[in-house]
Write a protein that binds this ligand. Structure first.
Ligand code: IFM
Length: 767
């Protein structure tokens, strides 16, 4: 029977590529840091990485990227003087496992050397309740009496893409605690790792050698005896708000953990995970493959949700390493945020706080881009200050090494609207307007202001147009009237108007203060005018197809296969300048279909079908963001087979590790949290048919073929629901602690859901 709560493999990853992919698939994380799924004895060559959230560094003229901490989880073992590693020839058997229930990584490896077998077992987790802490249990058993040497401590030889980021590294031992610390090279931020163990066997000596701060234990191991110890490591940086030097904080953290002990640390960590799963697990009956892949996707999201109070967000490659500069893209708001909003609103608000924190960076960008704009133009690739980490020459041509000009940074203006939409959704769907008062309203008004200074008024047509942009399809740059962008911009104006209306009604004083602060009162009529008169491309009267941008329908027909056959290099980028896709209708990722998915309540099933069928054969799905948009829209117009196919593709992207690792010459390997969020959205919004707005939740289920039951949780306006869908019925359990009765629209019927009183509604069979 397949275990639906873990992944496991007995295969060894040996080549560079497979070790890289394995590190992504088996990573663990806790929002503060991610620890790649590498083995205890691995080093920087095997891409061991403890990637930290929210701390970045730049070395020379290379890209800024997140900082990787020294590896406090390092342990290696030698048997009779021979170093044991799965990379060597002594492996008899190996198994590694990632447990979904509590994000624990385990490995068991048997080695044999000189007639003796030695088995290593280890388990590690990054504490879900103490974000700075990592905990490891490590044990060794020999078949015969043998000489064993254990080296354990902190390995400061760090894998970096553009490092080294830590300078002035220093190692020391304070009583029994090992310490390794350094400063980031750009901003001199201190990064400290402390490590403590309860190791009590063998003879121990302390060794500091080449950035490694280790205990070396020599042991005459008895046959069959299990030698176990526990390691506690803590990472602190100057970003942590602690009332003592960070080194002291780290030492204290490992001492406390050691005093508590492994079992107690594990118990509180697991209790936190039980709460998480209780709020967000999705159960699928009848399809173990889908269940497993979706649960893995949810695990990925739960592991990287921001720590409370951090105002951090989730990078496009989560905490799996430094690819994509550890930057936050629209991926978060459009693909991950809905999961958190509907299951963990306390994390969703943190994601939005990140955008409030980086508002000044967005203002700086607006001022300096193009001829200078007003308001907030959010970074395409955002790091801790909100200044744009995206470069103008963002992709290398792998054939000749030349840098290609791309317009992601300066023309992918939909990013500001994506932020405004998420900010407003938080208020609409959580019912909590505190975020608007904390700075959310300011973000929204500043985004609208930016668009006011970007759009053009066409006197002859008496309308505003939005020109010279890049939509989600990055192969066609500098286009006019991109449908997705126009819709997002128009929505931003509407949201800005609604924000003002809400504040005027509920918080007039706060509104006055905000309008004064921004000196924006005189611009409000412009927002209203733009919301009315901004042009959004309309569906063709005959075909229903919405033209992706002006002139798209006149481009040359082609196929993805044709373009691929013409590529001169396997990693060739199809967009930018002379890219092969540029003169054709081949698009990189969902664009019009993304619009239909985002604004799914505004378009009919017929229109969705017409556009899906037109654009799908022309889509490369060259981004991990694409398949889920197609999946959701397919479910909405009833093509459940396609919806299912794209759902699985999305849900399995990290599990199967089948993804593109290079865009041109740029390394972009790592995990894909946007696709993880897309998998959840497809299950809940697509197959579950959930549509929530400020007035109510609607559920119009369409379970795909094999699924007998779909169960999920929904947080809505401060209350919680569990929804159970079969092929013929929908049961809604409103939590007993809900504050009021909600009317839920189930398959078109209004149903009263009182706290603690389940209701079941029958509905017509799906195809
Ligand atoms: O944000 C995406 C973009 O839409 C396509 N290229 C990759 C980015 C990060 O995932």
């Amino acid at each position: 029977m397949r275990d639906l709560w873990s992944i496991s493999t007995a295969e060894l990853a040996d080549g560079k590529e497979s070790i890289m992919r394995r590190g992504n698939v088996y990573q663990i994380a806790n929002g503060y840091m991610g620890y790649r799924g590498t083995l205890d004895e691995f080093g920087p060559q095997q891409l061991v990485g403890i990637t930290l959230a929210g701390i970045f560094d730049r070395v020379g003229s290379a890209w800024r990227e997140p900082v990787n901490a020294p590896n406090g989880g390092f342990t290696s073992v030698a048997l009779e003087g021979v170093e044991l590693s799965t990379l060597g020839k002594k492996v008899v058997r190996h198994r590694q496992t990632l447990r979904f229930a509590n994000a624990v990584f385990e490995r068991e490896t048997e080695f044999a050397s000189k007639g003796t077998s030695l088995t290593i077992r280890s388990a590690r987790f990054l504490s879900a309740d103490t974000p700075n802490l990592g905990v490891i249990r490590f044990s060794i058993t020999c078949s015969n009496a043998a000489k064993v040497t254990v080296r354990t401590g902190i390995d400061g030889n760090i894998w970096d893409l553009n490092g080294p980021h830590l300078i002035q590294m220093s190692a020391e031992r304070r009583e029994s605690v090992l310490l390794l610390q350094g400063l980031t090279s750009e901003a001199s931020k201190r990064v400290v790792v402390a490590e403590a163990t309860d190791l009590s066997f063998g003879d121990e000596v302390h060794e500091i050698k080449g950035n490694r701060n280790l205990r070396v234990i020599n042991l005459r191991a008895e046959a069959g005896k299990v030698y176990t110890f526990h390691k506690y490591f803590a990472v602190f940086t100057d970003n942590d708000a602690v009332d003592k030097p960070v080194a002291e904080a780290a030492i204290e953290a490992v001492r406390q953990a050691k005093t508590l002990g492994y079992e107690a640390c594990m118990a509180s960590h697991s209790a936190e995970w039980r709460k998480r799963w209780d709020q967000s697990d999705v159960k699928i009956e009848g399809d173990n493959d889908a269940q497993h892949a979706l649960r893995y996707s949810i695990l990925q999201l739960l592991m990287v949700g921001p720590v409370k109070g951090s105002a951090n967000s989730i990078p496009a490659r989560a905490l799996s390493g430094q690819a994509y500069k550890g930057a936050i893209f629209w991926d978060t708001e459009m693909f991950m945020f809905p999961f958190f909003l509907h299951t963990h609103p306390e994390k969703a608000i943190e994601l939005m706080r990140y955008r409030i924190k980086t508002l000044d960076g967005a203002r700086r960008k607006a001022k300096t881009e193009g001829s200078g704009y007003r308001g907030a133009f959010y970074a395409w690739e955002s790091q801790e200050t909100g200044d744009d980490a995206c470069t103008y020459f963002n992709i290398g041509d792998p054939s000749n090494g030349r840098q290609l000009r791309t317009y992601f940074r300066d023309k992918q203006v939909h990013i500001s609207g994506d932020v405004a939409i998420a900010m407003w959704d938080y208020f609409r769907l959580s019912g909590d307007d505190s975020l608007l008062l904390e700075g959310g309203a300011e973000v929204i008004l500043e985004c609208a202001r930016f668009y006011c200074s970007y759009i053009h008024y066409k006197r002859d047509k008496q309308r505003y147009e939005i020109l010279d942009v890049v939509g989600p399809d990055e192969y066609h740059e500098r286009v006019n009237n991109n449908a997705f962008t126009s819709m997002v911009v128009k929505e931003t104006f509407t949201i800005a108007n609604e924000t003002v209306r809400h504040l005027r009604r509920e918080h007039p004083k706060a509104l006055r203060t905000l309008l004064r602060k921004l000196r924006i009162k005189g611009e409000l009529p412009n927002f209203r005018d733009a919301a009315r008169r901004l042009f959004v491309p309309k569906p063709d009267a005959k075909t229903g197809v919405i033209e992706q941008f002006d002139g798209y329908l006149g481009l040359r027909e082609s196929t993805v296969e044709e373009l691929k056959a013409r590529m001169l290099h396997p990693n060739e980028y199809l967009g930018a300048g002379q890219g092969l896709a540029v003169p054709t209708k081949i698009i990189k990722q969902a664009d019009v279909v993304m619009m239909l998915s985002l604004f799914r309540t505004r378009f009919s099933a017929e229109l969705k079908k017409a556009n899906w069928e037109y654009y799908e054969p022309r889509t490369e799905h060259g981004s991990s963001l694409s398949a889920c948009a197609y999946a959701m829209v397919a479910a909405e117009f009833g093509n459940l087979d396609f919806a299912y196919k794209y759902f699985l593709k999305t849900a399995k992207i990290d599990l199967e590790a089948k993804y593109r690792v290079y865009a041109g010459s740029v390394f972009m390997g790592g995990s894909h949290p946007a696709a993880n969020g897309g998998a959840w959205m497809t299950a809940v919004f697509g197959f579950g048919g959930v549509q929530a707005d400020e007035n109510r939740v609607a559920i119009n289920p369409r379970l795909c073929g094999k699924w007998r039951r779909l169960q999920f949780n929904l947080a809505y306006k401060g209350d919680a629901f569990r929804v159970n869908i079969t092929k013929t019925s929908v049961r809604v359990d409103a939590s007993p602690s809900n504050s009021r009765v909600h009317t839920v629209l189930v398959a078109g019927k209004p149903v009263k859901c009182s706290p603690g009183r389940p209701v079941t509604v029958k509905y017509g069979r799906t195809r």
